[in-house]
Design a protein around this ligand. Structure first.
Ligand code: DLL
Length: 435
């Protein structure tokens, strides 16, 4: 499933392929999706005006609200009779967005997910437990189809019932795990409670994504489970998982550039940024039929990692996603992502990798407090030791992020565990909450 004829393509050959596929996609959406016709007409651009990648910035952006307004099927570029699958994402505002896949889309998605798994070191000999949720969320079925396409033994357990997850992990001789990173940690923690040391099991790798996580969190998962933890990225509006994935060198996520054109833009000026500069990631799909998206603004923050990867793949790499523009906290003028706080917390002995950033109001002012669990081995009733630890945490955050944030240590297991995407920010500002 490693396809060097694509994944290791020369740049000019790849760009020629991208332009050819882009042109076909533009013709398709202009003819089939009224929203794109209107947007292109307003921008004074016709699909035939696009002859090279330099023309890309002339195309209008697509945003989540476009999909919401077109709910449910208004942005589909294929008739419903050709759509064989739908998925949806809920988002924070409640209104869901729906995406559709033709048979060809499902087929290409399976290929891309097989590619993702191979990039992570999987082979047909692996036994892969899919602990991402199955359903409208793309994680479960996405990894499932990729694992089957690869020829690995696929266990469609979905998320939840964590004790059973551990039992299956052990009894079925699982070698690869797909889950959100926070759920992988919970599975590891639960195994220990059940008297099973995950490090003793045949498990050797995991493909983790769907939420931001830090390098220190990776280390903790790798140590707790005795595995190689690989970051995988994607979003339903663009495909689901399978948009980009780390290889075993773990130095950025190779974007599947034969299917997606990636740009990084300045979210304020909306101008494309040169490789290496951090900004908002934007994707254009160039092989999708059901719901192609043109210059889709992900709100995810990253940058293109300069240079070449030791694996030989030439697809450019995105640095791990540090967060979403809508999750960014502005604390006394300093922009902070929860994952930066996580990176600090997970480097401090005595605290567990479970935390929540709690936002409340104090009078008219926003107040930010980080709740972090102490590690189980710390005695929670030793007031002095606890206060010293609290101070250490606050100081480490202050020195790493140049802001002071109130820290509250909470008892082991008191922060709600997630079987899917972890909720790192608890916003109580509109509920009269005080921390
Ligand atoms: O989370 C698709 C997916 C499933 C990716 C399984 C990886 C593994 P959505 O539910 O539409 O799709 O959420 C997409 O999740 O815009 C990011 O903000 C975040 N996200 C996804 N992968 C990562 C990652 C799936 N590796 C949104 N690191 C995206 C950080 C991620 N954030």
């Amino acid at each position: 499933m490693y396809q060097p004829e694509f994944e290791a393509m020369g740049r000019s050959e790849l760009e020629a392929l991208q332009v050819e596929r882009l042109k076909a996609t533009l013709e398709r959406v202009y003819a089939a999706v009224p929203l794109y016709k209107r947007k292109f007409d307003e921008a004074g651009i016709k699909p035939s005006d696009v002859t090279s990648l330099d023309d890309l910035p002339k195309l209008p952006f697509t945003v989540k609200d476009d999909l919401r307004a077109a709910y449910p099927y208004g942005m589909f570029a294929a008739p419903l009779r050709d759509i064989v699958r739908v998925h949806a994402s809920s988002g924070t505002t409640g209104q869901i967005t729906v995406v559709g896949y033709t048979r060809g889309d499902v087929d290409r998605w399976a290929d891309l997910m097989a590619r993702t798994l191979v990039c992570a070191g999987a082979t047909p000999d692996d036994v892969i437990q899919v602990s991402y949720g199955y359903g409208l969320f793309t994680g479960g079925l996405g990894v499932h189809y990729g694992s089957e396409r690869l020829g690995a033994t696929t266990i469609p357990i979905s998320g939840g019932n964590t004790k059973r997850q551990v039992q299956v992990l052990k009894d079925f001789g699982v070698t690869g795990l797909g889950a959100t990173p926070s759920y992988a940690l919970l599975i590891g923690e639960t195994a220990l409670e059940m008297g099973i040391d995950p490090k003793e099991l045949p498990l050797r790798f995991g493909v983790f994504g769907a939420e931001p996580w830090s390098e220190n969190m990776r280390r903790q998962i790798e140590e707790a489970l005795g595995i190689v933890a690989i970051d995988i990225y994607g979003l339903s509006e663009v495909l689901g998982p399978g948009v980009a994935s780390e290889c075993i060198h773990k130095c950025g996520l190779h974007v599947n550039e034969d299917h997606f054109i990636v740009e990084v833009i300045d979210p304020k000026t909306l101008q494309p940024l040169p490789d290496g500069e951090r900004g908002e990631v934007v994707f254009t799909t160039i092989t999708k039929e059901g719901i192609p998206v043109i210059r889709y603004r992900t709100r995810d923050i990253s940058r293109i990692v300069p240079g070449e990867c030791a694996c030989g793949r030439t697809f450019r790499r995105l640095e791990r996603i540090s967060g979403r523009t809508d999750d960014m906290l502005i604390i006394r003028g300093v922009n902070i992502f929860p994952s930066q706080i996580e990176q600090v917390l997970t480097g401090i002995p005595g605290v567990a990798p479970h935390y929540q950033v709690v936002l409340t109001k104090r009078g008219v002012m926003d107040h930010v407090e980080v709740h972090v669990e102490v590690a189980p081995e710390i005695a929670f009733d030793e007031v002095k030791a606890l206060e010293a630890l609290r101070r250490t945490v606050a100081q480490e955050i202050a020195s790493a992020l140049a802001i002071s944030i109130d820290v509250k240590l909470v008892e082991p297991k008191s922060i709600q565990r997630s079987e899917g995407k972890a909720k790192r920010v608890l916003d109580l500002r509109n509920e009269g909450g005080t921390a």
